[in-house]
Design a protein around this ligand. Structure first.
Ligand code: 5AD
Length: 352
């Protein structure tokens, strides 16, 4: 189904709870028919909180004075082995945009993980040179995540100041490069950024389809008290009354549901941000309204505290064992099963 941007906008903003209930039921049905009841688990490993960018929403941007870390190769490998021991078919290596994570170092790490565990490896290391993406793909990396965050070019530029001497990043172009290199490609957006309108959020959903994404990550924008958005609100005016998208659980869930309708075969996680904005229901609702992936955090605890892209992220610190136990209960209640194997995106494998 490919609803028009106007229909998407109406479904996002419809105040009728009955309409939302129908959207959720339809998304859940499409999810079951397209990707089944398996929920795939990915071990998230946050390799480094160094970052050269100054994204206005982010708690670890370059201008912030926070303790910085890079995981050692040993720590990164140990985290990947734990993911394998838990039966997770893949790991996600994520970091700030950190030039200190050198091309060769990442390539070796990817090779080592693939050699030792056979897991699928997903990278999420920001905007890098084409040569980096090539080298990592050759080293065996399977997937790449690079959210476009918002399809509104003006809003994108406002919240992503370009670096001195550099042109503004062109994530559309980079996503094309990644696709050309044979990666499974993931992107996504934040919901409720100050200045984001319903029409622009509808544009984000339409873009998921246009980019034919294999993976789609969606979460509510969570204000970080030390981010530029919080410190200089005057620079980031909200959209006029009635047009501003709220950063709430309901709107994030509707966006997830619509993502499932426009890209039935994609892998769509119930994200940490969604789980955090409503600790009671966020993850469960995500899974019941279109999502089929969960990404438990396997970053060593002393580093996880420092990867605070949004506040209270570290409150989610729980041992991986505790997370697994709670997840199994939650999934059983939802009538879902834990997927085994790599959990490749069917949107990707269907084309092979
Ligand atoms: N609130 C919500 N999501 C955030 N991200 C980064 N900072 C925040 C925030 N303050 C999201 C971005 C990024 C992903 C890793 O986390 O979408 O791509």
């Amino acid at each position: 189904m490919t609803p028009s941007p106007a229909e998407i906008e109406r479904m996002l903003a419809d105040p009728d709870p009955g309409a939302a209930a129908r959207l959720y039921a339809e998304a859940d049905r499409v999810r079951r028919e397209s990707v089944g009841d398996d929920v795939f688990l990915r071990g998230l490993v946050e390799l480094s909180n160094h970052c050269r960018r100054r994204c206005a929403y982010c708690g670890i941007h370059a201008g912030r004075r926070v303790e910085r870390y890079r995981l050692s190769r040993e720590d990164a490998l140990a985290a990947a082995s734990r993911a394998a021991a838990f039966g997770y078919g893949s790991v996600v290596l994520q970091a700030g945009e950190d030039p200190g994570l050198e091309r060769g170092w990442i390539a070796d790490l990817v090779k080592a993980i693939k050699g030792e565990t056979g897991q699928a490896v997903t990278l999420s290391l920001g905007e890098r040179e084409r040569g980096d993406y090539e080298a990592w793909r050759l080293a065996g990396a399977d997937r790449y995540l690079l959210r476009f965050e918002t399809s509104d070019p003006g809003l994108f530029r406002r919240i992503h100041p370009s670096l001195p001497g550099e042109a503004p990043g062109n994530r559309m172009e980079l996503l094309g490069v990644l696709r050309g290199l044979g990666y499974e490609v993931g992107s996504g957006a934040m919901v409720g950024i100050p200045g984001q309108t319903w029409a622009s959020l509808a544009g984000d959903v339409a873009l998921f389809r246009e980019l034919d994404l294999d993976m789609i990550g969606i979460g509510p924008y969570l204000p970080h008290p030390d981010s530029d958005l919080a410190l200089y609100p005057g620079r980031f005016p909200p959209a006029p009354a009635g047009l501003q998208v709220p950063n709430d659980e309901e709107t994030a869930c509707r966006t997830v549901a619509l993502a499932r309708l426009v890209q039935p075969f994609a892998n769509i996680p119930a994200t940490t941000a969604l789980a955090l904005i409503d600790r009671e229901n966020g993850r469960r609702h995500g899974l019941a309204r279109g999502a089929n992936v969960v990404m438990p955090n396997l970053t060593p605890e002393r580093h996880r505290r420092l990867y605070e892209i949004y506040p209270a992220k570290s409150l989610s610190i729980e041992t991986a064992e505790a997370v697994n136990a709670r997840l199994s209960g939650q999934l059983a209640e939802l009538g879902r099963t834990i997927g085994s194997g790599r959990g490749d995106s069917r949107n990707f494998t269907n084309k092979k």
